[in-house]
Design a protein. Structure first.
Length: 140
């Protein structure tokens, strides 16, 4: 974890007038899907009726909050992609589209092929353990 990057996840532009009340370095990724940015903590908190904008550490310190934010993102947010991660999997778009929905160009389309392959390898490991077909379209 590069804590020097944590302050980059505070967007105080006109689009997000609520700012970063928990501090500029408080909105880094935590939990199973790791929501990043103040606006994602605000949106998740609003949807879950939890003040995550002022209390982002709840995602780190409360397992139920961590999983609620992961499920919220998976089911409702498309991030930099064109569909939610859930739609990508059930709509037969492949595991690669879930990566795109979470990290977009940072990893996909040549952004970080080693990280994509690492995610694909982990996905394959879990599908093997569970005895399910991983499908095709694994990288993004």
């Amino acid at each position: 974890m590069n804590t020097a990057n944590y302050s980059h996840y505070c967007d105080t532009s006109e689009l997000y007038p609520f700012g970063c009340p928990a501090g500029r370095s408080s909105y880094y990724g935590r939990g199973p899907i790791q929501p990043s940015w103040n606006y994602n903590y605000k949106s998740a908190g609003d949807a879950l009726e939890i003040d995550l904008l002022n209390n982002p550490n709840l995602v780190q310190n409360e397992p139920s909050v961590a999983w609620m934010t992961a499920i919220w993102y998976r089911m409702t947010q498309h991030g930099p992609g064109t569909m939610t991660p859930h739609e990508a999997i059930i709509g037969d778009h492949g595991f690669g589209e879930t990566i795109r929905s979470i990290n977009g160009f940072i990893e996909c389309d040549g952004g970080n092929p080693r990280q994509v392959q690492s995610r694909v390898n982990a996905y394959l490991k879990f599908t093997q353990i569970l005895g399910v077909d991983p499908g095709d379209k694994l990288p993004c």
